[in-house]
Design a protein around this ligand. Structure first.
Ligand code: ATP
Length: 131
C-alpha cells in the first residue's frame, strides 16, 4: 500500500515518526481520514483517539488535542500529550475522570468548567483507547 510520513510531537518528545498508510483523526470539524497525497491542510484537533494504519493494522493513541498540518513531504501532529493504549494508566485516568466530574457538578467559574470539561474528555479518551 502507498504510505506517507507522519510525525507526532509532544512537549517532552517525538512520540511517533514513521511511514503510515492512513490515519483517522478528530479535528474540530469532525473526523478526517488521511491517505497519501491528501491536500495541504492545517486544522485544530479535538481531544480524542488517533488511529494509525500501518501494514494493514490499526494502532490507536490517545491525543490531547493540538494541531495537524498535512504537507506533501510530511504530516505533523503537535499535541500536549499522546499515549499508546499500553502506556495508559487506567487507574489514573479513572481518578482524573472522577475529579473532573466532581468539579463539573460543583459548577463555579466558567474557566474552571472549561478546564474540567477538557480534563474529563482527556480521561474518557484514555479509558476508551486503553480498553
Ligand atoms: P492527570 O490529572 O491524571 O494528571 P491530565 O489529563 O491532567 O491527567 P495531562 O496534563 O493531559 O494529564 O498529561 C500530563 C502527562 O501525563 C502527559 O505526559 C501525559 O501523557 C501523561 N498522562 C496523563 N494521564 C495519563 C494516564 N492515565 N496514563 C498515562 N499517562 C498519562
Amino acid at each position: 500500500a502507498s504510505t506517507f510520513e507522519l510525525e507526532i510531537v509532544t512537549p517532552d518528545k517525538k512520540f511517533y515518526e514513521g511511514s503510515v498508510e492512513r490515519i483517522v483523526i478528530r479535528t474540530t470539524n469532525g473526523d478526517i481520514g488521511i491517505l497519501k497525497d491528501h491536500m495541504f491542510t492545517v486544522s485544530p484537533l479535538q481531544i480524542g483517539a488517533i488511529k494509525i494504519k500501518q501494514e494493514g493494522k490499526y494502532k490507536e493513541a490517545a491525543c490531547a488535542g493540538g494541531f495537524i498540518q498535512v504537507k506533501e513531504e510530511k504530516t505533523t501532529i503537535i499535541t500536549d500529550s499522546a499515549e499508546w493504549a499500553d502506556e495508559i494508566d487506567i487507574k489514573r485516568a479513572e481518578e482524573a475522570k472522577k475529579r473532573a466530574e466532581e468539579r463539573l457538578h460543583k459548577s463555579t467559574e466558567d474557566i474552571d468548567m472549561l478546564r474540567a470539561k477538557a480534563a474529563l474528555k482527556r480521561a474518557l479518551t484514555r479509558l476508551q483507547v486503553a480498553k
